[in-house]
Design a protein around this ligand. Sequence first.
Ligand SMILES: NC(=O)c1ccc[n+]([C@@H]2O[C@H](COP(=O)([O-])OP(=O)(O)OC[C@H]3O[C@@H](n4cnc5c(N)ncnc54)[C@H](O)[C@@H]3O)[C@@H](O)[C@H]2O)c1
Length: 282
Amino acid sequence: MEIKNVAVIGAGTMGNGIAHVFVQSGFNVELCDVKNEYLERALATISKNMDRQIKKGVITEQDKNSALERIKPVVGIENLNKNNDLVIEAIIENKDAKLSVFKQLEDIIKPDSIFASNTSSISITEISSVCRADKFIGMHFMNPVPVMKLVEIIRGYSTTDETYATIRDLAVKLGKTPVEVQDYPGFISNRVLMPMINEAIFALYEGVASAEDIDTVMKLGMAHPMGPLTLADFIGLDVCLSIMNVLYEGFNDSKYRPCPLLKKMVAANKLGRKTGEGFFKY
Ligand SMILES: NC(=O)c1ccc[n+]([C@@H]2O[C@H](COP(=O)([O-])OP(=O)(O)OC[C@H]3O[C@@H](n4cnc5c(N)ncnc54)[C@H](O)[C@@H]3O)[C@@H](O)[C@H]2O)c1
């Protein structure tokens, strides 16, 4: 199946990045959100990020203009064109919200199109239960989308080989490196990353070392570009806690229990960069 027209649902951090890489690769994109102001903000962000690429010599002014012409902002899912070949959902990380969006999309979009979710941690098989499960897949882009090379492609229980092959080839066309992953909690990215962050928080909680020193060990000793506690602040401690809970409940294994310090900091609204304070002050 050839993909030409793509709808991206949710124009936040990830949605605007996903729309950016698709239009830059020649696809037509309908970018959809619940309010016009969110779409205007997303288009301004895409334009600014493309200006940065022009300065670096990655694209030309003309590439930018023709890419922006391929984005159509759409307020409300009900106003999407039914002939989109692929719909990628990037709304808030909430299972009920995602189920409701896909239930609606099932009635609107032509039946042979593919549905994908950019969820970081919710089961692809569960989300696909309300729509075309054979043509449903996880397409997990990384933040910031125009910069990061990886796309984790998650196969749900009923995802067909044809759907997988179409999405894998599409990721390559976008200039990304796809990795095939089965649908288990946290996929690979968050199953490996989050317990490492959680363990760094346990080390701080137990007084093994200071936050600065824990990050220094991982940066200088393991060549990580950013220490785990700085990274947790960047991701948001509420997001880290909710992913640890997905792992803990999904595997019913105490090795994934979130650190009490992480829970306490979320309760105190010390969520990292976005609230001005987490393990570090901003
Ligand atoms: N931020 C990250 O680093 C990151 C990385 C990988 C994956 N993800 C996943 O991507 C998804 C989106 O995350 P984000 O950080 O971009 O969130 P965000 O909060 O920045 O954006 C979500 C957008 O979805 C819109 N939205 C909500 N309900 C909608 C609906 N019914 N119809 C249309 N639009 C709707 C909101 O108005 C908002 O603009 C989540 O599932 C998240 O787990 C996030």
